[in-house]
Write a protein that binds this ligand. Structure first.
Ligand SMILES: Nc1ncnc2c1ncn2[C@@H]1O[C@H](COP(=O)(O)OP(=O)(O)OP(=O)(O)O)[C@@H](O)[C@H]1O
Length: 446
Protein backbone atom coordinates (compact mmCIF):
# COMPACT_ATOMS: atom_id res chain seq x y z
CA UNK A 1 0.00 0.00 0.00
CA UNK A 2 1.49 3.42 -0.93
CA UNK A 3 2.77 5.38 2.11
CA UNK A 4 0.34 8.28 1.41
CA UNK A 5 -2.69 5.98 1.48
CA UNK A 6 -1.46 4.28 4.63
CA UNK A 7 -1.08 7.65 6.34
CA UNK A 8 -4.52 8.71 5.20
CA UNK A 9 -6.07 5.51 6.54
CA UNK A 10 -4.33 6.04 9.87
CA UNK A 11 -5.86 9.51 10.10
CA UNK A 12 -9.29 8.10 9.26
CA UNK A 13 -8.93 5.36 11.88
CA UNK A 14 -7.91 7.96 14.45
CA UNK A 15 -10.96 10.07 13.61
CA UNK A 16 -13.29 7.06 13.87
CA UNK A 17 -11.80 6.12 17.23
CA UNK A 18 -12.25 9.63 18.56
CA UNK A 19 -15.84 9.72 17.32
CA UNK A 20 -16.50 6.38 19.05
CA UNK A 21 -15.00 7.65 22.31
CA UNK A 22 -17.10 10.78 22.01
CA UNK A 23 -20.35 8.90 21.25
CA UNK A 24 -19.88 6.17 23.85
CA UNK A 25 -18.74 7.80 27.06
CA UNK A 26 -19.87 5.04 29.38
CA UNK A 27 -18.60 6.49 32.69
CA UNK A 28 -18.18 3.68 35.26
CA UNK A 29 -19.80 1.19 32.84
CA UNK A 30 -16.62 1.57 30.77
CA UNK A 31 -15.14 -0.96 33.19
CA UNK A 32 -17.81 -3.42 32.09
CA UNK A 33 -18.05 -2.71 28.36
CA UNK A 34 -15.33 -1.72 25.90
CA UNK A 35 -16.63 -0.12 22.67
CA UNK A 36 -14.85 -1.44 19.54
CA UNK A 37 -16.43 0.26 16.52
CA UNK A 38 -19.56 2.03 15.32
CA UNK A 39 -21.81 -0.38 13.40
CA UNK A 40 -25.01 1.44 12.65
CA UNK A 41 -27.22 4.38 13.27
CA UNK A 42 -30.84 5.31 12.83
CA UNK A 43 -32.93 8.40 13.41
CA UNK A 44 -32.88 7.86 17.19
CA UNK A 45 -29.89 5.79 18.11
CA UNK A 46 -26.29 5.00 17.34
CA UNK A 47 -25.05 1.47 17.75
CA UNK A 48 -21.54 0.20 18.43
CA UNK A 49 -19.96 -3.18 18.71
CA UNK A 50 -18.41 -3.70 22.15
CA UNK A 51 -16.91 -6.38 24.37
CA UNK A 52 -18.25 -7.26 27.78
CA UNK A 53 -14.97 -7.42 29.62
CA UNK A 54 -15.88 -10.03 32.24
CA UNK A 55 -17.16 -12.63 29.75
CA UNK A 56 -15.35 -11.49 26.60
CA UNK A 57 -18.74 -11.70 24.86
CA UNK A 58 -19.29 -9.42 21.89
CA UNK A 59 -22.31 -7.19 22.37
CA UNK A 60 -24.05 -4.32 20.57
CA UNK A 61 -24.69 -1.14 22.53
CA UNK A 62 -27.39 1.21 21.28
CA UNK A 63 -27.16 4.72 22.65
CA UNK A 64 -30.27 6.87 22.71
CA UNK A 65 -28.78 10.31 23.30
CA UNK A 66 -30.68 12.74 25.55
CA UNK A 67 -33.53 10.24 25.82
CA UNK A 68 -35.31 12.38 28.39
CA UNK A 69 -35.21 15.60 26.37
CA UNK A 70 -38.52 15.28 24.53
CA UNK A 71 -41.68 13.21 25.08
CA UNK A 72 -41.10 11.45 21.74
CA UNK A 73 -37.61 10.30 22.67
CA UNK A 74 -38.61 9.34 26.20
CA UNK A 75 -41.62 7.36 24.96
CA UNK A 76 -39.61 5.60 22.25
CA UNK A 77 -36.96 4.63 24.79
CA UNK A 78 -39.45 3.44 27.38
CA UNK A 79 -41.31 1.37 24.77
CA UNK A 80 -38.10 -0.32 23.67
CA UNK A 81 -37.03 -1.11 27.24
CA UNK A 82 -40.43 -2.35 28.28
CA UNK A 83 -40.94 -4.66 25.32
CA UNK A 84 -37.47 -6.13 25.37
CA UNK A 85 -36.56 -6.53 29.01
CA UNK A 86 -38.54 -9.70 29.72
CA UNK A 87 -38.58 -11.19 26.26
CA UNK A 88 -36.59 -14.26 25.44
CA UNK A 89 -37.41 -15.39 21.92
CA UNK A 90 -35.13 -16.78 19.19
CA UNK A 91 -36.48 -14.29 16.65
CA UNK A 92 -36.42 -11.14 18.77
CA UNK A 93 -33.24 -9.30 19.65
CA UNK A 94 -31.95 -10.10 23.14
CA UNK A 95 -31.54 -7.25 25.60
CA UNK A 96 -28.78 -8.04 28.13
CA UNK A 97 -28.50 -4.84 30.12
CA UNK A 98 -29.61 -1.21 30.27
CA UNK A 99 -27.87 1.69 31.92
CA UNK A 100 -27.85 5.45 31.70
CA UNK A 101 -25.48 8.36 32.05
CA UNK A 102 -26.19 12.02 32.53
CA UNK A 103 -25.58 13.85 29.23
CA UNK A 104 -25.59 17.62 28.64
CA UNK A 105 -29.20 17.54 27.37
CA UNK A 106 -30.64 14.98 29.76
CA UNK A 107 -30.28 11.26 30.29
CA UNK A 108 -28.40 9.18 27.71
CA UNK A 109 -29.73 5.61 27.71
CA UNK A 110 -27.63 2.62 26.63
CA UNK A 111 -29.24 -0.68 25.64
CA UNK A 112 -26.85 -3.63 25.61
CA UNK A 113 -27.92 -6.40 23.21
CA UNK A 114 -26.48 -9.58 21.78
CA UNK A 115 -24.43 -8.61 18.76
CA UNK A 116 -25.90 -9.60 15.40
CA UNK A 117 -23.75 -9.73 12.27
CA UNK A 118 -25.91 -8.02 9.69
CA UNK A 119 -29.36 -6.79 8.81
CA UNK A 120 -31.78 -7.92 6.10
CA UNK A 121 -31.36 -4.70 4.12
CA UNK A 122 -27.66 -5.44 3.65
CA UNK A 123 -28.40 -9.08 2.88
CA UNK A 124 -30.91 -8.14 0.15
CA UNK A 125 -28.79 -5.48 -1.52
CA UNK A 126 -25.28 -6.68 -0.66
CA UNK A 127 -25.36 -9.22 -3.47
CA UNK A 128 -25.86 -8.87 -7.21
CA UNK A 129 -27.95 -12.02 -7.23
CA UNK A 130 -31.48 -12.11 -5.82
CA UNK A 131 -31.83 -13.94 -2.53
CA UNK A 132 -32.06 -17.67 -2.76
CA UNK A 133 -35.61 -18.97 -2.39
CA UNK A 134 -34.48 -21.10 0.56
CA UNK A 135 -33.36 -18.01 2.49
CA UNK A 136 -36.40 -15.94 1.55
CA UNK A 137 -38.61 -18.58 3.09
CA UNK A 138 -36.33 -19.09 6.07
CA UNK A 139 -36.35 -15.35 6.86
CA UNK A 140 -40.08 -15.06 6.27
CA UNK A 141 -40.80 -18.00 8.58
CA UNK A 142 -38.68 -16.51 11.38
CA UNK A 143 -40.23 -13.07 10.95
CA UNK A 144 -43.69 -14.61 11.31
CA UNK A 145 -42.64 -16.58 14.40
CA UNK A 146 -41.29 -13.46 16.11
CA UNK A 147 -44.45 -11.57 15.18
CA UNK A 148 -46.71 -14.33 16.44
CA UNK A 149 -45.09 -14.02 19.86
CA UNK A 150 -45.73 -10.26 19.88
CA UNK A 151 -49.15 -10.18 18.24
CA UNK A 152 -50.61 -12.81 20.55
CA UNK A 153 -49.75 -10.39 23.36
CA UNK A 154 -51.42 -7.58 21.32
CA UNK A 155 -48.10 -5.82 20.75
CA UNK A 156 -47.59 -4.28 17.33
CA UNK A 157 -44.03 -3.45 16.24
CA UNK A 158 -45.16 -0.67 13.84
CA UNK A 159 -41.79 -0.11 12.18
CA UNK A 160 -40.96 -3.35 10.43
CA UNK A 161 -38.51 -2.96 7.56
CA UNK A 162 -35.44 -4.89 6.38
CA UNK A 163 -32.95 -2.73 8.34
CA UNK A 164 -34.81 -3.56 11.57
CA UNK A 165 -34.47 -7.30 10.95
CA UNK A 166 -31.06 -8.43 12.17
CA UNK A 167 -29.51 -11.51 10.65
CA UNK A 168 -26.61 -13.76 11.65
CA UNK A 169 -24.38 -15.80 9.38
CA UNK A 170 -26.23 -19.00 10.31
CA UNK A 171 -29.43 -17.43 8.91
CA UNK A 172 -31.01 -16.60 12.28
CA UNK A 173 -33.26 -13.55 12.01
CA UNK A 174 -34.22 -11.37 14.97
CA UNK A 175 -36.65 -8.45 15.02
CA UNK A 176 -35.10 -5.25 16.47
CA UNK A 177 -35.90 -1.58 17.12
CA UNK A 178 -39.02 -1.48 19.29
CA UNK A 179 -39.19 2.31 19.61
CA UNK A 180 -42.58 2.40 17.88
CA UNK A 181 -44.00 -0.73 19.52
CA UNK A 182 -47.44 -0.35 21.02
CA UNK A 183 -49.96 -2.35 22.97
CA UNK A 184 -53.05 -2.55 20.78
CA UNK A 185 -56.34 -4.13 21.70
CA UNK A 186 -59.98 -3.07 21.56
CA UNK A 187 -59.50 -0.72 24.48
CA UNK A 188 -56.75 1.05 22.58
CA UNK A 189 -59.35 2.47 20.21
CA UNK A 190 -59.32 5.52 22.49
CA UNK A 191 -55.67 6.15 21.71
CA UNK A 192 -56.27 5.48 18.07
CA UNK A 193 -58.87 8.20 18.02
CA UNK A 194 -56.45 10.49 19.75
CA UNK A 195 -53.82 9.52 17.24
CA UNK A 196 -56.28 10.18 14.51
CA UNK A 197 -54.47 13.24 13.36
CA UNK A 198 -52.19 13.70 10.46
CA UNK A 199 -49.09 14.45 12.50
CA UNK A 200 -49.17 11.33 14.68
CA UNK A 201 -50.06 8.87 11.96
CA UNK A 202 -47.45 10.12 9.55
CA UNK A 203 -44.71 9.29 12.02
CA UNK A 204 -45.59 5.63 12.35
CA UNK A 205 -43.79 3.19 10.04
CA UNK A 206 -41.31 4.06 7.30
CA UNK A 207 -43.15 5.12 4.10
CA UNK A 208 -42.61 2.13 1.78
CA UNK A 209 -43.80 -0.23 4.57
CA UNK A 210 -46.66 1.93 5.85
CA UNK A 211 -50.09 0.32 5.90
CA UNK A 212 -53.03 2.13 4.23
CA UNK A 213 -54.80 2.73 7.56
CA UNK A 214 -51.78 4.86 8.60
CA UNK A 215 -51.31 6.41 5.20
CA UNK A 216 -54.98 7.31 4.78
CA UNK A 217 -55.24 8.30 8.46
CA UNK A 218 -57.97 5.79 9.27
CA UNK A 219 -58.96 5.33 12.92
CA UNK A 220 -58.22 1.62 13.26
CA UNK A 221 -54.58 0.67 13.91
CA UNK A 222 -53.80 -2.79 15.09
CA UNK A 223 -51.23 -5.50 14.66
CA UNK A 224 -52.48 -5.58 11.04
CA UNK A 225 -50.04 -2.75 10.24
CA UNK A 226 -47.23 -5.27 10.74
CA UNK A 227 -48.83 -7.78 8.37
CA UNK A 228 -48.83 -5.17 5.60
CA UNK A 229 -45.12 -4.59 6.28
CA UNK A 230 -44.52 -8.36 6.11
CA UNK A 231 -45.96 -8.26 2.57
CA UNK A 232 -43.63 -5.38 1.64
CA UNK A 233 -40.58 -7.16 3.09
CA UNK A 234 -41.49 -10.44 1.40
CA UNK A 235 -41.88 -8.63 -1.93
CA UNK A 236 -38.58 -6.81 -1.44
CA UNK A 237 -36.74 -10.07 -0.83
CA UNK A 238 -38.19 -11.49 -4.06
CA UNK A 239 -37.72 -8.54 -6.43
CA UNK A 240 -34.61 -7.07 -4.76
CA UNK A 241 -36.25 -3.65 -4.78
CA UNK A 242 -38.77 -1.88 -2.59
CA UNK A 243 -42.17 -3.10 -3.67
CA UNK A 244 -43.98 0.20 -2.94
CA UNK A 245 -41.15 2.75 -3.01
CA UNK A 246 -42.82 6.07 -2.14
CA UNK A 247 -40.81 9.07 -0.99
CA UNK A 248 -43.67 11.32 0.11
CA UNK A 249 -47.14 10.66 1.50
CA UNK A 250 -49.01 11.63 -1.72
CA UNK A 251 -46.39 9.74 -3.75
CA UNK A 252 -46.85 6.64 -1.59
CA UNK A 253 -50.63 6.81 -1.94
CA UNK A 254 -50.29 7.05 -5.73
CA UNK A 255 -47.95 4.05 -5.78
CA UNK A 256 -50.48 2.02 -3.81
CA UNK A 257 -53.25 3.00 -6.23
CA UNK A 258 -51.11 2.18 -9.25
CA UNK A 259 -49.83 -1.15 -7.98
CA UNK A 260 -52.74 -2.41 -5.92
CA UNK A 261 -55.68 -0.70 -7.56
CA UNK A 262 -58.42 1.31 -5.90
CA UNK A 263 -59.36 0.79 -2.23
CA UNK A 264 -62.90 -0.51 -1.64
CA UNK A 265 -65.50 2.25 -1.27
CA UNK A 266 -66.11 1.53 2.45
CA UNK A 267 -62.41 2.18 3.14
CA UNK A 268 -62.55 5.47 1.23
CA UNK A 269 -65.70 6.43 3.15
CA UNK A 270 -63.81 6.09 6.43
CA UNK A 271 -61.12 8.58 5.41
CA UNK A 272 -61.70 11.78 7.31
CA UNK A 273 -58.92 13.78 5.71
CA UNK A 274 -60.52 15.62 2.80
CA UNK A 275 -57.20 16.02 0.95
CA UNK A 276 -56.44 12.31 1.06
CA UNK A 277 -59.95 11.33 -0.05
CA UNK A 278 -59.79 13.77 -2.96
CA UNK A 279 -56.37 12.50 -3.98
CA UNK A 280 -57.71 8.95 -4.17
CA UNK A 281 -60.92 9.92 -5.96
CA UNK A 282 -59.14 12.12 -8.49
CA UNK A 283 -56.75 9.31 -9.28
CA UNK A 284 -59.62 7.40 -10.81
CA UNK A 285 -60.24 3.68 -10.90
CA UNK A 286 -57.32 1.51 -11.85
CA UNK A 287 -57.38 -2.16 -12.61
CA UNK A 288 -56.12 -4.37 -9.80
CA UNK A 289 -52.50 -5.34 -10.26
CA UNK A 290 -51.62 -8.91 -11.14
CA UNK A 291 -49.29 -10.22 -8.45
CA UNK A 292 -47.55 -12.50 -10.91
CA UNK A 293 -46.37 -9.38 -12.72
CA UNK A 294 -45.97 -7.08 -9.75
CA UNK A 295 -43.56 -9.43 -8.01
CA UNK A 296 -41.66 -10.11 -11.20
CA UNK A 297 -41.66 -6.85 -13.10
CA UNK A 298 -38.53 -5.62 -11.36
CA UNK A 299 -36.93 -8.94 -10.49
CA UNK A 300 -33.40 -9.16 -11.79
CA UNK A 301 -33.09 -12.88 -11.64
CA UNK A 302 -35.35 -15.73 -12.43
CA UNK A 303 -37.12 -17.32 -9.56
CA UNK A 304 -40.31 -19.20 -9.29
CA UNK A 305 -41.51 -18.08 -5.90
CA UNK A 306 -44.46 -16.18 -7.26
CA UNK A 307 -45.04 -16.91 -10.91
CA UNK A 308 -47.62 -19.58 -11.33
CA UNK A 309 -47.72 -20.45 -7.63
CA UNK A 310 -51.33 -19.97 -6.61
CA UNK A 311 -50.75 -20.35 -2.90
CA UNK A 312 -47.96 -17.72 -2.95
CA UNK A 313 -50.15 -15.27 -4.81
CA UNK A 314 -53.04 -15.89 -2.46
CA UNK A 315 -50.75 -15.32 0.55
CA UNK A 316 -49.50 -12.02 -0.88
CA UNK A 317 -53.02 -10.87 -1.79
CA UNK A 318 -54.18 -11.51 1.75
CA UNK A 319 -51.31 -9.47 3.19
CA UNK A 320 -52.12 -6.51 0.92
CA UNK A 321 -55.77 -6.08 1.83
CA UNK A 322 -56.57 -2.36 2.05
CA UNK A 323 -59.14 -3.14 4.72
CA UNK A 324 -57.14 -3.97 7.87
CA UNK A 325 -59.98 -6.10 9.25
CA UNK A 326 -59.81 -8.31 6.14
CA UNK A 327 -56.00 -8.56 6.12
CA UNK A 328 -54.63 -11.95 7.11
CA UNK A 329 -53.60 -12.09 10.77
CA UNK A 330 -50.48 -13.75 12.10
CA UNK A 331 -52.09 -17.02 13.11
CA UNK A 332 -53.84 -17.49 9.78
CA UNK A 333 -50.62 -16.51 8.02
CA UNK A 334 -48.76 -19.29 9.83
CA UNK A 335 -51.52 -21.71 8.86
CA UNK A 336 -51.61 -20.54 5.23
CA UNK A 337 -50.80 -23.29 2.66
CA UNK A 338 -47.86 -21.28 1.30
CA UNK A 339 -46.21 -20.97 4.72
CA UNK A 340 -47.05 -24.56 5.56
CA UNK A 341 -45.41 -25.62 2.29
CA UNK A 342 -42.19 -23.64 2.60
CA UNK A 343 -41.41 -23.50 6.29
CA UNK A 344 -40.78 -26.54 8.45
CA UNK A 345 -43.49 -27.53 10.90
CA UNK A 346 -42.81 -25.49 13.98
CA UNK A 347 -43.57 -26.49 17.54
CA UNK A 348 -46.01 -24.37 19.52
CA UNK A 349 -44.15 -21.53 21.14
CA UNK A 350 -44.40 -20.23 24.67
CA UNK A 351 -46.41 -17.12 25.37
CA UNK A 352 -44.97 -13.65 25.73
CA UNK A 353 -44.86 -12.97 29.51
CA UNK A 354 -47.89 -11.11 30.77
CA UNK A 355 -45.67 -8.50 32.40
CA UNK A 356 -44.59 -7.27 28.94
CA UNK A 357 -48.20 -6.54 28.08
CA UNK A 358 -48.75 -5.02 31.51
CA UNK A 359 -45.71 -2.76 31.19
CA UNK A 360 -46.75 -1.59 27.73
CA UNK A 361 -50.38 -0.83 28.55
CA UNK A 362 -49.87 2.61 30.01
CA UNK A 363 -46.88 3.93 28.11
CA UNK A 364 -49.00 5.80 25.58
CA UNK A 365 -50.90 7.73 28.27
CA UNK A 366 -47.95 9.08 30.24
CA UNK A 367 -46.94 12.70 30.49
CA UNK A 368 -43.37 13.72 29.73
CA UNK A 369 -42.61 13.93 33.47
CA UNK A 370 -43.96 10.43 34.13
CA UNK A 371 -42.11 9.03 31.14
CA UNK A 372 -38.85 10.38 32.55
CA UNK A 373 -39.62 9.02 36.01
CA UNK A 374 -40.34 5.54 34.73
CA UNK A 375 -37.40 5.54 32.38
CA UNK A 376 -35.11 6.53 35.23
CA UNK A 377 -36.50 3.77 37.41
CA UNK A 378 -36.34 1.12 34.69
CA UNK A 379 -32.74 1.89 33.87
CA UNK A 380 -29.90 1.64 36.30
CA UNK A 381 -27.12 4.19 36.39
CA UNK A 382 -23.74 3.44 34.85
CA UNK A 383 -22.40 3.63 38.38
CA UNK A 384 -24.60 0.73 39.46
CA UNK A 385 -23.67 -1.30 36.39
CA UNK A 386 -20.09 -1.27 37.58
CA UNK A 387 -20.84 -1.81 41.28
CA UNK A 388 -23.20 -4.72 40.71
CA UNK A 389 -20.95 -6.45 38.23
CA UNK A 390 -18.08 -6.28 40.67
CA UNK A 391 -19.85 -7.09 43.91
CA UNK A 392 -21.39 -10.17 42.29
CA UNK A 393 -24.56 -9.17 44.10
CA UNK A 394 -27.83 -10.69 43.11
CA UNK A 395 -30.16 -8.36 41.33
CA UNK A 396 -33.61 -7.84 42.64
CA UNK A 397 -36.31 -8.77 40.22
CA UNK A 398 -39.58 -7.89 41.85
CA UNK A 399 -41.14 -7.21 38.46
CA UNK A 400 -41.17 -10.93 37.67
CA UNK A 401 -44.85 -11.66 38.02
CA UNK A 402 -45.56 -14.90 36.24
CA UNK A 403 -49.27 -14.47 35.71
CA UNK A 404 -52.11 -12.06 35.62
CA UNK A 405 -53.16 -13.34 39.06
CA UNK A 406 -49.83 -12.66 40.75
CA UNK A 407 -49.85 -9.28 39.06
CA UNK A 408 -53.24 -8.48 40.57
CA UNK A 409 -52.03 -9.56 44.03
CA UNK A 410 -48.92 -7.42 43.78
CA UNK A 411 -50.99 -4.54 42.44
CA UNK A 412 -53.36 -4.74 45.38
CA UNK A 413 -50.41 -4.80 47.80
CA UNK A 414 -48.91 -1.88 46.04
CA UNK A 415 -52.02 0.20 46.05
CA UNK A 416 -52.36 -0.20 49.83
CA UNK A 417 -48.66 0.35 50.39
CA UNK A 418 -47.52 3.60 51.90
CA UNK A 419 -44.43 3.43 49.73
CA UNK A 420 -45.19 5.46 46.66
CA UNK A 421 -43.15 6.34 43.66
CA UNK A 422 -45.11 9.47 42.92
CA UNK A 423 -47.16 7.89 40.14
CA UNK A 424 -50.62 6.47 40.22
CA UNK A 425 -49.76 3.00 41.37
CA UNK A 426 -50.32 1.19 38.12
CA UNK A 427 -47.11 2.07 36.52
CA UNK A 428 -44.17 0.90 38.50
CA UNK A 429 -44.92 -2.18 40.47
CA UNK A 430 -41.31 -3.19 40.72
CA UNK A 431 -40.70 -0.34 43.08
CA UNK A 432 -42.89 -1.74 45.84
CA UNK A 433 -40.74 -3.95 47.92
CA UNK A 434 -37.22 -3.70 46.64
CA UNK A 435 -34.54 -2.35 48.88
CA UNK A 436 -32.65 -1.01 45.90
CA UNK A 437 -32.83 2.50 44.71
CA UNK A 438 -33.16 1.37 41.08
CA UNK A 439 -35.45 -1.17 39.66
CA UNK A 440 -33.13 -3.88 38.46
CA UNK A 441 -34.55 -5.92 35.62
CA UNK A 442 -34.63 -9.69 35.98
CA UNK A 443 -32.43 -10.36 32.99
CA UNK A 444 -29.54 -8.82 34.86
CA UNK A 445 -29.66 -11.63 37.40
CA UNK A 446 -26.55 -13.76 37.38
N1 LIG B 1 -28.05 -5.99 18.27
C1 LIG B 1 -27.54 -5.48 17.16
N2 LIG B 1 -26.51 -6.09 16.53
C2 LIG B 1 -25.99 -5.58 15.39
N3 LIG B 1 -26.43 -4.46 14.79
C3 LIG B 1 -27.44 -3.80 15.36
C4 LIG B 1 -28.05 -4.26 16.57
N4 LIG B 1 -29.05 -3.40 16.89
C5 LIG B 1 -29.06 -2.45 15.95
N5 LIG B 1 -28.09 -2.67 15.01
C6 LIG B 1 -27.79 -1.87 13.82
O1 LIG B 1 -27.95 -0.49 14.09
C7 LIG B 1 -28.90 0.10 13.19
C8 LIG B 1 -29.68 1.18 13.94
O2 LIG B 1 -30.37 0.59 15.04
P1 LIG B 1 -31.90 0.90 15.33
O3 LIG B 1 -32.72 0.58 14.11
O4 LIG B 1 -32.29 0.20 16.57
O5 LIG B 1 -31.85 2.48 15.55
P2 LIG B 1 -33.01 3.57 15.40
O6 LIG B 1 -32.41 4.93 15.54
O7 LIG B 1 -34.10 3.22 16.36
O8 LIG B 1 -33.46 3.32 13.89
P3 LIG B 1 -34.68 3.91 13.04
O9 LIG B 1 -34.18 5.12 12.32
O10 LIG B 1 -34.98 2.75 12.11
O11 LIG B 1 -35.80 4.16 13.99
C9 LIG B 1 -29.75 -1.06 12.68
O12 LIG B 1 -30.21 -0.87 11.37
C10 LIG B 1 -28.79 -2.23 12.73
O13 LIG B 1 -28.11 -2.40 11.51
Amino acid sequence: MPAKKEGFNRVLDGLKKRQLQHDFKLERAAETYEPIQNIGSGAFGIVCEAVETSSNDKVAIKKVAHASATPTLARRTLREIRVLRYIDHPNIVTLRDIFRTQGPLGIDVFLVMDLMQNNLHHIIYGNEEPLDEYYINKFLGQLLRGLEYLHVASIAHRDLKPSNLLVNQDGTLRIADFGMAKFTDNSSRKHDDEEHCYYMTQHVATLPYRAPELLFVLPEHSTAVDMWAVGCIFGEMVIRNELLPGRSVPGQIKILLTVLGHPPQHVIDEIRCERTRKLIQDYGTKADGEWDDIMHCKARGADQIVRGNCDTIDFVKQLFQYDATKRINIQDALRHPYIQRVTPQMAAQKKCPFRVKRDMMHVEDLSHQDLIKLMTQDVRSAENTYNEMHSGGSFWSAGDFQSERSYEIQKAKYETSSHTNGLDGQHELGYVSGGHQWRIPSYCAA
